[in-house]
Design a protein around this ligand. Structure first.
Ligand code: ACO
Length: 322
C-alpha cells in the first residue's frame, strides 16, 4: 500500500509587493535583498483575507487537479504558523468552507517544516488505515507576524498556500513503485530562540513578531537539510544521483544553492521559486511543487525529494515517487 499524490494546487493573494516598493518604507534596496536572499517580490494577503481563505482556495485547486470533490476526502491537515484564530484550527475552518461535513481535520505547527511534517503525518494515517484520501495543505499569512519597520526580517517573507491530495493506492504485484517512499523528521528545541515569535496565548497574550538570528539560522541550515535528505534517501535505498527533482523550502537562494552544492545536485534539478514567492513558511514547498508540476517539469515516475527547515529548529524530508 502506498500514499500517492493525486493532485496539486495553489493560491497566491493578488497583491504583489516588489523590493523597490518595500525600499520606500524601510531602509533596504532591491540589490541587497536579491544578492543576500534571491527575493524579487512577494504576495501579501488583503485585509480580511485569512489563512483559511488561502488554504481553501489552494485545496479547491488541488481537488480540481485530482478530479475529485470534497466528498472523496476523509482528512484535512493544514500546516500553518498563522492560523486565523488561536482555536479552532485553520483545518476546521477549511473543512467548513469546503462544505465538508464528514471526516476530521487538524493543524500541524512545525513552522517552515510544517508541510513536510504534514506529508509524513498524512502518509501515516493512510498507512494505518485511518484515512483513504487526505488534503494536505501548507498555508500562511506570515505578513501578519512581521515588524514592518525591521528590515532584517520584513523583506524575507510572503503569504500564500499550496495543497496536495494524497490517496491510498494498493499496488498490484509487479506494478512500479509510486507514492511516498520515506520521510525523515527531526527537531531540536535547544535552538528555539534563534528564530521565534515573541508572543502567544500563554506568554504575552499578544500575537508578537518574528525575531531571527539570521547568520545562526544560516549556519545550521545547510548541514541539517543535507543530513535529513541523506537519511531519507538511505532508508529508501537510493542515492542523490537517483533524484530527478529537489524541492526545498524556499527561504533563501543561498541556502538552497548551498544545500544543492553540498549534495552534488545539478542546479537544473533544483526547483527555485523564492524569487517570486519569498519565504512563505509552510506554504513554500507545495507552492514550489505546484509551479514545477504545472510547467511540466515534475511528471509521473519522477523521484522527488521535498525538504524543509525552520523554527524550533525543525527539519525534515520526504522522498516521493511521483
Ligand atoms: N537591507 C539592507 N541591509 C540590511 C538588511 C536589509 N533588508 N537586513 C540587514 N541588513 C544589514 C544589517 O543591518 C547589517 O548591517 P551592519 O553591518 O551595518 O550592521 C548588514 O546588512 C549585515 O547583516 P547580517 O545579518 O550579518 O547579514 P547577513 O549577510 O548574515 O544576511 C540574512 C542576513 C540574509 C538574513 C542571512 O543571515 C540569512 O540568509 N540567514 C538565513 C535566514 C533565513 O533564511 N531565514 C528565513 C527563515 S528561516 C527558514 O525558513 C529556514
Amino acid at each position: 500500500m502506498r500514499s500517492v499524490v493525486r493532485g496539486v494546487g495553489s493560491y497566491l493573494p493578488a497583491k504583489v509587493v516588489t523590493n523597490e516598493e518595500l525600499a520606500k518604507t524601510v531602509d533596504t534596496s532591491d540589490e541587497w535583498i536579491q544578492q543576500r536572499v534571491g527575493i524579487k517580490e512577494r504576495h501579501i494577503a488583503a485585509e480580511g483575507e485569512y489563512t483559511s481563505d488561502l488554504a481553501t482556495a489552494a485545496a479547491r485547486a488541488a481537488l480540481d487537479n485530482a478530479g475529485l470533490t470534497v466528498e472523496d476526502i476523509d482528512l484535512i491537515v493544514v500546516a500553518t504558523t498563522t492560523p486565523d484564530y488561536t482555536f479552532p484550527s485553520a483545518a476546521s475552518l477549511v473543512q467548513m468552507k469546503l462544505g465538508m461535513n464528514h471526516g476530521f481535520a487538524f493543524d500541524i505547527q512545525a513552522v517552515c517544516s510544517g508541510f513536510v511534517y504534514a506529508v509524513a503525518t498524512a502518509d501515516s494515517y493512510i498507512k494505518n488505515g485511518m484515512a483513504r484520501r487526505v488534503l494536505v495543505i501548507g498555508a500562511e499569512t506570515f505578513s501578519r507576524l512581521l515588524d514592518w519597520t525591521d528590515r532584517t526580517t520584513c523583506v524575507l517573507f510572503g503569504d500564500g498556500a499550496g495543497a496536495i491530495v494524497m490517496e491510498r493506492v494498493d499496488l498490484a504485484p509487479g506494478e512500479p513503485e509510486r507514492g511516498v517512499l520515506t520521510s525523515a523528521l527531526r527537531s531540536d528545541g535547544r535552538h528555539w530562540d534563534k528564530l521565534y515569535v515573541d508572543g502567544g496565548p500563554s506568554t504575552t497574550g499578544t500575537t508578537g513578531v518574528v525575531h531571527m538570528q539570521g547568520p545562526e539560522v544560516f549556519r545550521h541550515a545547510v548541514g541539517k537539510i543535507t543530513d535529513v535528505v541523506y537519511a531519507s534517501l538511505e532508508q529508501a535505498g537510493y542515492t542523490v544521483d537517483d533524484l530527478d527533482w529537489f524541492v526545498p523550502h524556499q527561504a533563501n537562494k543561498r541556502i538552497i544553492e548551498g544545500a544543492g552544492a553540498k549534495l552534488g545536485l545539478p542546479s537544473e534539478k533544483v526547483i527555485m521559486t523564492v524569487d517570486i514567492h519569498a519565504n512563505t513558511s509552510a506554504a513554500s514547498v507545495p507552492l514550489a511543487l505546484s509551479v514545477a508540476v504545472a510547467d511540466g517539469r515534475i511528471k509521473q515516475g519522477d523521484l522527488v525529494m521535498l525538504e524543509a527547515m525552520g523554527g524550533g529548529f525543525t527539519w525534515g524530508a520526504s522522498l516521493i515517487r511521483w
